[in-house]
Write a protein that binds this ligand. Structure first.
Ligand SMILES: [Fe+2]
Length: 245
């Protein structure tokens, strides 16, 4: 089973011709399936970029969205775009609605976009204002207290989802592959090659997911005394532009 992982491909910065050539190269690798962990495009271009993915790749493609995919739109708008495109292209599979995908007899794939919960590093005392908070309609013009309450809610929902689905998936599979856009630990939310600084970390990390993950070995090993493993597939982010993550 060959699963090809793509992340943060930002097709909005490519011409359609270059994007087609990129996917032709992916296809040359003869993947059995492709996993994309977010930042595929922006809300205004997501529809035709997802169509391009489906038209150029001939294998099943599993994906979660990232924060950039919601830019110039809202969560409701991108959810509706994803629903419409995936109805037209059965090879496209969004993750985040309870899916447990058997990759092999022993390995299952689950995924969720996840969202930074605002608690890492300086938390609410961070003075960073990501582009997310002006370009995503759901966050626009929220004051700091309301914004961070919303981030906590989104982060907690993501973490609860991943924890719950992982526990179900592990009843069926020894090994889990978990795709997310937001990492669960500050140590892997890299900025300029280093773990995110305390003012950036609240915007780049999902703390409650990290807390779940460290408890899993004990829970899963109790249930299945032979073995357990989980591989987290999430972008190791590195950039010079803290407001354009
Ligand atoms: Fe992102």
């Amino acid at each position: 089973m060959k699963l090809t992982w793509l992340s943060d491909i930002h097709l909005e910065f490519l011409t359609m011709d270059r994007a087609r050539r990129f996917f032709a190269r992916v296809k040359q690798g003869r993947p059995d399936a492709v996993l994309i962990t977010g930042d595929i495009s922006t809300a205004t271009e997501l529809r035709h970029h997802l169509r391009l993915v489906a038209e150029t790749l001939s294998c099943p493609t599993y994906f979660v969205l990232g924060n950039h995919d919601v830019y110039s739109g809202s969560f409701a708008k991108v959810d509706s775009v994803v629903g419409a495109v995936c109805r037209d292209f059965p090879r496209l599979h969004p993750l985040g609605n309870g899916e447990i995908v058997p990759l092999t007899a022993k390995t299952a794939l689950i995924g969720h976009r996840s969202w930074a919960d605002g608690r890492a590093g300086l938390g609410k005392r961070s003075t960073i204002r990501l582009n997310d908070y002006t370009l995503i309609a759901d966050f626009r013009e929220l004051d700091q207290d309301v914004l961070f309450a919303r981030l906590q809610q989104l982060g907690d929902e993501s973490a609860a989802y991943i924890d719950g689905v992982a526990r179900e998936a592990h009843k069926k599979a020894e090994t889990l592959v978990i795709g997310t856009h937001v990492p669960p630990f500050t140590e892997v939310a890299l900025y300029e090659g280093q773990p995110s600084a305390p003012d950036l970390a609240p915007h780049f990390v999902n703390v409650p997911s990290g807390k779940s993950f460290v408890c899993w070995p004990a829970i899963f090993l109790r249930r299945n005394s032979s073995s357990c493993a989980a591989t987290l597939i999430t972008p190791l982010f590195t950039s010079r532009h803290p407001t354009s993550r």
